[in-house]
Design a protein around this ligand. Structure first.
Ligand SMILES: *[C@@H]1O[C@H](CO)[C@@H](O)[C@H](O)[C@H]1NC(C)=O
Ligand SMILES: *[C@@H]1O[C@H](CO)[C@@H](O)[C@H](O)[C@H]1NC(C)=O
Ligand SMILES: *[C@@H]1O[C@H](CO)[C@@H](O)[C@H](O)[C@H]1NC(C)=O
Ligand SMILES: *[C@@H]1O[C@H](CO)[C@@H](O)[C@H](O)[C@H]1NC(C)=O
Ligand SMILES: *[C@@H]1O[C@H](CO)[C@@H](O)[C@H](O)[C@H]1NC(C)=O
Ligand SMILES: *[C@@H]1O[C@H](CO)[C@@H](O)[C@H](O)[C@H]1NC(C)=O
Ligand SMILES: *[C@@H]1O[C@H](CO)[C@@H](O)[C@H](O)[C@H]1NC(C)=O
Ligand SMILES: *[C@@H]1O[C@H](CO)[C@@H](O)[C@H](O)[C@H]1NC(C)=O
Ligand SMILES: *[C@@H]1O[C@H](CO)[C@@H](O)[C@H](O)[C@H]1NC(C)=O
Ligand SMILES: *[C@@H]1O[C@H](CO)[C@@H](O)[C@H](O)[C@H]1NC(C)=O
Ligand SMILES: *[C@@H]1O[C@H](CO)[C@@H](O)[C@H](O)[C@H]1NC(C)=O
Ligand SMILES: *[C@@H]1O[C@H](CO)[C@@H](O)[C@H](O)[C@H]1NC(C)=O
Length: 828
């Protein structure tokens, strides 16, 4: 049976915009909610209506969990202006297009208070989403004009964020209630500050702070009791800093709540026990309270009695008070810093980095330290650099150390500037006097610490393991990737979802052979259709990745950040037990090798299409090498890893797999084949060394294959020259390069372009990596008609590698873009 098409589109419209098709989830102009009527979100997770908190007789418009018997209010609209004494009010979409709460006399108690364009005024609707977000939209489109998530009450739900506009200082923050009976804004708020740390504050100042963000994409924990994971994800650009709370998909309700006494509570609903359980609460220990030991004092988490002490080189400011246990005066330096060469640094391990750090940008460790030394008022520096981090962070401090905590589990190293006379007698390893001979030690020490931190920080939220019980069981992780725009990437950052294993089984019909698209060194690929109808490619990784869960997640997050129109999009993942599964966009035209090497199909790929494919691959590779946040060397570029979309645009797949499967697997065994014979550069095949120039080599081979429609076969050290490469060279030398073209498309080709491509291909497959152009030069050479290209060297590979190749490339062989440009300026 064939659906009449209008019906299908109506159906799709209804399922995607479900709330619009029924009155229950939404409120439109003129409609009102009052008394005990409610709006229920489409999935019936949340309800919106009037309620009276605790013993109060005042009424408020709020959102609460619909399915949880004890009313759990997560958001309040008119928290400052209640309906007094049981009086009745209404919630409506007013004439000006805003959501409003009005009392009996039509006085506005609360309004979403945005200015709505005149044309939209009769057209706005309020929708209660399943996330607990109340949004105001123009009924014609899906852009939110206003959302309650931007105006939290005391609760941060999954998907919500706290944020700070670094330009205007505007913030999104949570504010505690005054009491159980009164949701009016109380004493405490939870926000993020310019040093990228979470803070609870009250009018008298900071109450608690998290440690400064150290550059990792997210901080989170696996909650073993409920088998879910939650994350705080940091994103920052010049404009704005966000910390978003997210949770694994199929989990129970959970939320952060800022209670009226200033505690941040992580609560989760336990269906079986029919109650909310407190999983974690902070501040918890004495050292958690802000600046417990006064300015320049140090709070020791390991000490049970005397928690406060002065750092080396410091002494109590008021000794008599300090000895009485009154630490509020803090400590002062024994010897004032003179701004000269007599300064050194003393390393403190595992500290909660002090408040009010100054971010110095993307510095290296040495630059970070140098920056501190250069500035006389700099008192300390710290540096963090994680694999998989969004950014490296170099922090400097000026003036007091506030909220300095030692023995902070998962803390960082802080280098405190001291007069070198203070450093005498202190252990060599911690003592970093500014002398050249020490630099090496510092660098080594730092690298070692970095590695330790990476391991230690895994499942800590605010440096504490929240749950000690339970085995590491199956887990479903979700990461919201809201990174800022990537250079050369798509405008919109993607959302990386997680799927349960059962979903994936259903989607692929239990990994049936029928759905199998292929098999590679890293696992098998299946076609699947998600419940929402989207076609996807499901890659079930072979189980020997040798990576832990966290490392693996870091890699996935990293790879999800790589977005470019010539890279296959990673849509989601599924991790359960030993299963690691990646979900990619599905590309209908399959892989390039299936068209290119099939005599019946290769003529479909005319020259224009092939040239477009070559350019696309080059762009994708350039992005991986140069423009992505982390440099990625593909290491297995080949025709079967180039997928084609509906318009025959190429997309590189399997990038990042080499990273995920560990960097040291250079040998090509069938289990973990990294690299494929015929595409491998000689230095990679023979010595196992690789660089972006090994990818350039593979690109060269691929380019020659695309031109000729012939597969390059061969292997070192059996062959001295790869057959296709040798053939191309021979034609080239005889000035017959155009004859390399696949005969089936000869009519469609542009001879100049073909010759240029063969030329570039031969440059890419030269034996010495130094001779090969970079991808940016390749793109330049392909794109500029007038560019004069250097002569390629004969692609003869010595089976026995030269030992200790000290190749100094002559100017002629250095293909930076600038030099190619220079050549162009010569008269022709
Ligand atoms: C609330 O709704 C119930 C029906 O669900 C109704 O019987 C009751 O009278 C309502 N109460 C008020 C105060 O409107
Ligand atoms: C409400 O009042 C009762 C009795 O006065 C008291 O026991 C209870 O704790 C109060 N509840 C709240 C939330 O204030
Ligand atoms: C609420 O009722 C109390 C008495 O029950 C009265 O004193 C108070 O003024 C009323 N408040 C308002 C705002 O009407
Ligand atoms: C407020 O309304 C509730 C029922 O909705 C009723 O039980 C209560 O007595 C009322 N209180 C006052 C002060 O009117
Ligand atoms: C709406 O916002 C304006 C300022 O932007 C403020 O003066 C006004 O009081 C607000 N109205 C309501 C009902 O919140
Ligand atoms: C909105 O509706 C009101 C009455 O329902 C009408 O007077 C007004 O012209 C409408 N405005 C627009 C822009 O359609
Ligand atoms: C929304 O749709 C209605 C009818 O389809 C149309 O009259 C109106 O102009 C649209 N409004 C906007 C803002 O697009
Ligand atoms: C912060 O979050 C908002 C809403 O999700 C988003 O529009 C914005 O781009 C984010 N900013 C950054 C720096 O990620
Ligand atoms: C701090 O205490 C923990 C356990 O209480 C211990 O494992 C650790 O070694 C202590 N650290 C220091 C520096 O004493
Ligand atoms: C604590 O010591 C400071 C000086 O360090 C002093 O000003 C303050 O009064 C003392 N507080 C108490 C309670 O003694
Ligand atoms: C030292 O650093 C502080 C904070 O970044 C800055 O305000 C000050 O201008 C710097 N001083 C010098 C001499 O660079
Ligand atoms: C803390 O130490 C710094 C020097 O590092 C000093 O300038 C400052 O005055 C000290 N703070 C107090 C409160 O003494």
């Amino acid at each position: 049976m064939v659906w009449p098409s209008p019906l299908i589109s109506l159906f799709i419209l209804c399922s995607s915009l479900l709330p619009l098709c029924s009155g229950k989830y939404r409120i439109t102009a003129g409609e009102t909610i009052s008394g005990n009527h409610t709006i229920i979100s489409a999935g019936e997770t949340f309800a919106l209506g009037f309620f009276s908190p605790g013993n109060s007789t005042n009424r408020y418009l709020g959102i609460w969990y619909n399915n949880i018997p004890q009313q759990t209010v997560v958001w309040v609209a008119n928290r400052e202006a209640p309906l007094f004494n049981n009086s009745s009010g209404v919630f409506t979409v007013a004439d000006d297009g805003n959501l409003m709460v009005l009392d009996g006399s039509k006085k506005v108690l609360w309004s979403s208070n945005i200015s709505v364009a005149d044309v939209d005024k009769n057209n706005t609707i309020g929708l209660l989403m399943d996330s607990g977000n109340l949004v105001l939209r123009n009924s014609n489109n899906t852009a939110d004009l206003w959302q309650s998530f931007d105006y939290p009450s005391d609760t941060i739900l999954p998907g919500m964020r706290v944020s700070l506009n670094l330009k205007t200082g505007q913030s999104i923050h949570a504010t505690s209630w005054i009491s159980e009976d009164d949701p009016a804004p109380g004493e405490f708020n939870l926000a993020i500050d310019g040093s990228l740390q979470l803070l609870t504050r009250r009018s008298s100042g900071t109450y608690w702070r998290s440690e400064t963000w150290d550059g990792r994409l997210s901080v989170g924990a696996l909650e073993n009791i409920n088998n879910y994971a939650f994350y705080l994800t940091y994103t920052v650009n010049d404009e704005e800093a966000n910390v978003t709370f997210s949770l694994s998909r199929d989990s129970m309700p959970a939320m952060f709540k800022l209670d009226r006494s200033g505690q941040i509570e992580l609560l989760s609903w336990f269906e079986s026990e029919n109650q909310w359980k407190l999983l974690s609460s902070i501040p918890e220990e004495a050292c958690d309270f802000f600046n417990q030991c006064g300015p320049n004092g140090s709070c020791d988490r390991n000490s049970s009695s005397l928690i406060c002490k002065c750092l080396e080189g410091f002494e109590p400011k008021v000794l008599t008070e300090w000895e009485k246990g009154n630490w509020s005066g803090g400590c002062v330096r024994r010897k004032k810093l003179s701004c000269d060469n007599t300064n050194g640094f003393l390393r403190f391990e595992s500290v909660k980095l002090p408040d009010q750090s100054i971010s110095m940008g993307d510095f290296s460790m040495t630059e970070c330290r140098a920056a501190c030394l250069r500035n006389c008022s700099c008192t300390a520096y710290a540096f963090s650099n994680f694999s998989g981090a969004v950014t490296t962070r170099c922090l400097n401090w000026v003036g007091d150390f506030n909220d300095f905590v030692q023995n902070y589990s998962g803390g960082h190293d802080l280098y405190v500037r001291l007069d070198s006379s203070e450093l005498v007698g202190i252990g060599e390893t911690r003592n970093v006097i500014d002398k050249n001979r020490r630099r090496v030690i510092i660098a080594v020490a730092t690298v070692a610490c970095g590695v330790l931190l990476m391991g230690a920080l895994g499942y800590f939220l605010w440096r504490r393991r929240l749950s000690k019980e339970g085995e590491e069981a199956e887990s479903i992780l979700e990461v919201n990737n809201r990174g800022s725009q990537v250079l050369g990437g798509e405008a919109n950052a993607s959302e990386l979802s997680t799927f349960s294993f059962s979903t994936i089984q259903a989607v692929t019909q239990n990994f049936s052979e029928v759905n199998k698209l292929g098999q590679g060194g890293f696992g098998s690929v299946y076609k699947g259709i998600l419940p929402d109808g989207q076609e996807v490619a499901v890659k079930r990784l072979s189980k020997k990745s040798g990576q832990g869960l966290e490392e693996f997640m870091n890699e996935i997050k990293l790879i999800a950040k790589l977005q470019h129109r010539n890279l296959v999009r990673l849509l989601g993942c599924c991790i359960q037990g030993t299963e690691k599964i990646l979900i990619y966009e599905y590309l209908p035209n399959k892989s390039l090798n299936k068209l290119l090497f099939d005599p019946t199909k290769q003529s479909d790929l005319d020259w224009c299409k092939r040239y477009n494919i070559v350019e696309g691959i080059a762009q994708g590779l350039l992005y991986l090498h140069k423009h992505s946040r982390v440099k990625v060397i593909h290491r297995d570029l080949k025709a079967s890893n180039i997928l084609l979309d509906g318009d025959m645009n190429p997309k590189i797949s399997d990038f990042g797999m080499a990273r995920m499967f560990g960097a040291n697997q250079t040998e090509a065994n069938t289990d973990r084949l990294v690299g494929t014979f015929g595409y491998m550069s000689p230095e990679y095949a023979l010595d196992g060394t690789f660089s972006e120039k090994s990818d350039v080599f593979s690109f060269g081979v691929l380019l020659l294959e695309i031109i000729s429609g012939k597969k390059n076969t061969g292997m070192y050290p059996t062959n001295q020259t790869l057959p296709l490469v040798g053939y191309a060279w021979q034609l080239w030398r005889e000035d017959r390069a155009a004859e390399l073209i696949d005969p089936s498309i000869r009519e469609t080709c542009l001879e100049n372009q073909v010759v240029k491509c063969v030329h570039v291909g031969l440059l890419c497959v030269q034996e010495d990596p130094v001779d090969r152009p970079t991808m940016s030069s390749v793109i330049f050479m392909l794109g500029n008609e007038s560019a004069i290209l250097p002569m390629p060297r004969e692609p003869l590979f010595s089976a026995v590698r030269r030992s200790a190749t000290v190749t100094s490339s002559s100017n002629l062989n250095d293909y930076s873009i600038n030099q190619v440009t220079l050549t162009m300026e010569q008269p022709r």
